[in-house]
Design a protein around this ligand. Sequence first.
Ligand code: ATP
Length: 516
Amino acid sequence: MAEENKSTLDPLASLCKRRGFIYHSSEIYGGMPGFWDYGPLGCELKNNIKQAWWQFTVRGREDVAGLDATIIMHPRIWKASGHLDTFSDPMTMCKDCKKLMRADQVEEIRAEQKKPHKDGCPYCGGELTEPKPFNLMFKTVVGPIDDPSNVAYLRPETAQAIFAQFTNVISTSRFQVPFGIAQMGKSFRNEVTPRNYTFRSREFEQMELEFFIRPDEATELLFGHVVTLADNPDLAGEPQQDWGWEVWHKYWVEQRKKFITAMGLPAEHFTEYWQKPDELAHYARACVDIEYDFPFGRQELEGIAARSDFDLTQHQIHSGEPQSVFDDPLKQACKKLDDAAKAAFIEKVQKEWVSRGKDPVAAEKFVKQLFDGRYIPHVIEPSAGVDRLMLALLCEAYEEQKLEGGDVRTVLHFSPKAAPIKVAVFPLVKKDAASYAMARDIFKTLRKKVNVFWDESGQIGRRYRRQDEAGTPWCITVDPDGAKDGTFTVRDRDTMQQERMDLATFLAKMTAALEF
Ligand code: ATP
């Protein structure tokens, strides 16, 4: 984004409206705060992000399977996960202007006002009410009878369905820990103050992976050691069975960074924030936020959390259904231990658990189950928002470029993987039958592979500018000379240079740019 536009989303938002990336939901009725629709270019961009994530996270790996669960699930899931009791933001209201806002965002809102009031309500200076917790889950009623017993919730995250279906996936697939289950889809949060364009919406999409790993104690019994970060494991290589949780966690942080970079955010433009011990949820061992410098400030793009065995344990307690797995290699390894070695191991684990404020009796029970080859897996959770990554890609791509001669061109420098239109095809001279027919053939061939745009109207320069604004990486122009030898020019969006080539050469170039 150009320096002078860095502090505001306005030019980008107006381009997104004008070119059909993002519209207000229900606009003809005045819109709905926190709800957005994606137009023809926006839905292509969004689908590209989702498909790339699925390829990178699921299909491109041997150790991850997919899931597509319902948005409305049994309400007890949200009791077990803690969402019913604790998924709330502190809300305050102005007694004068009646505006609602998140109590922890009052100062932020004040800073955004052109003429802010110094005390009280940032909008009018009125008195604010005491903050009250406000649960962010959307409520609905299932079936025809509007009764509290039929209340259900729209899911506030996709992750819980993965835990709720964990035992089904494990018994109907051939996966063994370590392995992951991935899901993407809609989530809903009744945000008190949806703001910053699509950044904080009430309906949005998430892409979440729960990667299940052995507890470190099981890894130690199985291999006699646990690889830690101090051992300098090669995180770019294949994952290893003897990795401990902190290595798995760092591995997924690196994987996520690789994905984000491939989608078009250079590594130097986002940051890793490692949450401090006092910021972590009580069950989490580590959490990294990947943050991006949006025009409205540095904000979370996605998070990667090491969540221990908290979620599956909660579902085991609340459903009464065992969530543990049987690990035969672990059982076989433990069979080789004599009683003294077992007692020493129990004592060691107890000491370590006590140092983390945990119960020594529970430690003993846990280790004895390990000796039988049973445990509840721990989990690493990379959790990303589709809409947030899309907004970051738009901010990153947007440029109002001053050209020699004083012209300004608006261009979206999307990576080919993200670009909503990959190629535009133009016949240079509409009336030249041979080159026109060749251009149509190229268009039809490419259309079977990627999203292509056909444009035969207006000066060629205007056609290029239209594609620059859409972020199309390549424009193919077929001229009468090229029709004689089967070549055409390919104009690069960023350099604006043209190169002559044939279709086979272009296809190889495009395929290489789209592959992970
Ligand atoms: P925040 O602190 O910004 O509210 P969070 O920590 O509550 O986010 P998570 O619950 O960890 O977010 O959700 C995982 C991801 O889902 C976030 O990193 C973000 O990309 C996306 N996400 C969460 N809430 C929203 C929202 N209201 N609108 C758009 N995306 C969201």
